[in-house]
Write a protein that binds this ligand. Structure first.
Ligand code: PLP
Length: 376
């Protein structure tokens, strides 16, 4: 089986799993325990916090709060700070942000505003800035788009937003960027969401990185863990496995980036251009190649690929409900419904091999040509 749906989730790192195993078998204590063993686990959590933060942010200016997933980190940022006036985001966001922005309106917190995308899936910065005014309380711009793979220069955008309104709290969803593309957060980014399972960690572990001087209200209220900002007994095993998986990713990040970029181009070059058109731009993340088989259904191609041992994703919401049938993000890039219906998202991990890329080309061409013939 060839797995190329790594933007959905990655295979957990077994090395990281083995290293963290002792936090299940031996050191299972409650980190809030008053005894020595609990205290030692607090030390382990502190080490994890620092190891996960240091590669992407200055530790004197930023801190990290563990959450149960990327969605929770996004929700905590949005519902804590988009509380007045208006809040601005992009049409390219993951539903963790898009649906939360829609909810802002239902709750009467803030008026949600959505900035349009460029053809490559990045946000149109000029139009985003035009939506920011003196009443804007919160702006959220994703770092790497999960469907098309476009990269937004969030540091530059955060600076421009703050030039326009210095009181804005700026958040970025970094779930598809963290551990994959090189960057360091600048001081204008107040909040940044990450998730373990996109980089060899486990599902159910995430974190919200925040500027230290920003006062974050409690999101889950209870025992006061995470310095009172996110109560709930910590998932020590999941957090340590995340720490070790991230350590592996950051150690080879640049080399993986270059290799996967070459694989992405090889895959695209090998695809039959009579069947597929390219949606992801060359400047996007090397981890994602989105293509469209216009006139064919991506969902059917996905199942045909699965039958041949290749697992890929689709850009569409995969819903028979016509309202949700097409990916909003693909339409927001200016593509028509026919194109949006035929999207396949091929996403890599550092484990992807050249051999798998070659086999994927063969399978995708075979099923694409086969379905085209049948549609005639
Ligand atoms: N944001 C982006 C860009 C994502 O791709 C995802 C997952 O697909 C999420 C948020 C949600 O992360 P999690 O699955 O950890 O809740």
């Amino acid at each position: 089986m060839i797995y190329m749906d790594n933007a959905a989730t990655t295979k957990p790192s077994l090395t990281a799993f083995e290293r963290a195993r002792e936090y299940v078998t031996e050191y299972f204590f409650n980190p809030s325990g008053m005894y020595r063993e609990g205290f030692a686990l607090q030390g382990e959590l502190k080490k994890a916090r620092s190891a996960l933060l240091a590669p992407v942010a200055n530790e004197t200016a930023f801190e990290l709060i563990f959450t149960s997933c990327g969605t929770e980190a996004d929700n905590q940022a949005i519902f804590s700070f988009a509380r007045r006036g208006n809040a601005v985001t992009t049409e390219g966001e993951h539903s963790a942000v898009l649906a939360s922005f829609a909810e802002l309106k239902n709750r009467g917190y803030a008026e949600p505003r959505f900035a349009p995308l460029n053809a490559d899936g990045s946000v149109n910065v000029e139009k985003l800035l035009a939506l920011v005014d003196e009443k804007t309380s919160f702006v959220s711009v994703m770092h790497v788009n999960n469907e098309i793979g476009a990269i937004n220069d969030i540091n530059a955008i955060a600076k421009l937003v703050k030039q326009k309104n210095p009181r804005v709290i700026f958040h970025s969803d970094g779930v598809q960027a963290y551990g994959k593309i090189p960057f360091k957060l600048c001081k204008e980014v107040d909040l940044y969401s990450v998730s373990a399972h996109k980089i060899g960690g486990l599902k159910g572990v995430g974190a919200l990185i925040k500027r230290k001087s920003l006062v974050l209200p409690a999101y889950l209220i209870g025992g006061g863990q995470e310095t009172g900002r996110r109560s709930g007994t910590e998932n020590v095993f999941g957090i340590k496995q995340f720490e070790y998986a991230a350590e592996e990713k950051f150690a080879t990040l640049q080399a993986d980036y270059e290799r996967l970029k070459a694989y992405r181009e090889t895959l695209w070059e090998g695809l039959d251009k009579d069947v597929y058109t390219r949606l992801s731009s060359e400047t996007g993340t090397p981890y994602i190649l989105s293509v469209a088989a216009s006139g064919l259904r991506g969902e059917i191609l996905l199942h045909m690929a699965d039958d041949k041992g290749l697992i890929v994703g689709t850009g569409s919401a995969c819903s028979s409900n016509s309202k949700n049938r097409y990916s909003k993000v693909v339409l927001a890039c200016g593509h028509d419904e026919k194109t949006a219906d035929g999207v396949l998202r091929i996403s890599f991990s550092p484990q992807t091999t050249a051999e798998e890329v070659a086999q994927a080309i063969g399978i995708l061409n075979e099923i694409g040509r086969d379905l085209s013939r049948r549609m005639k």
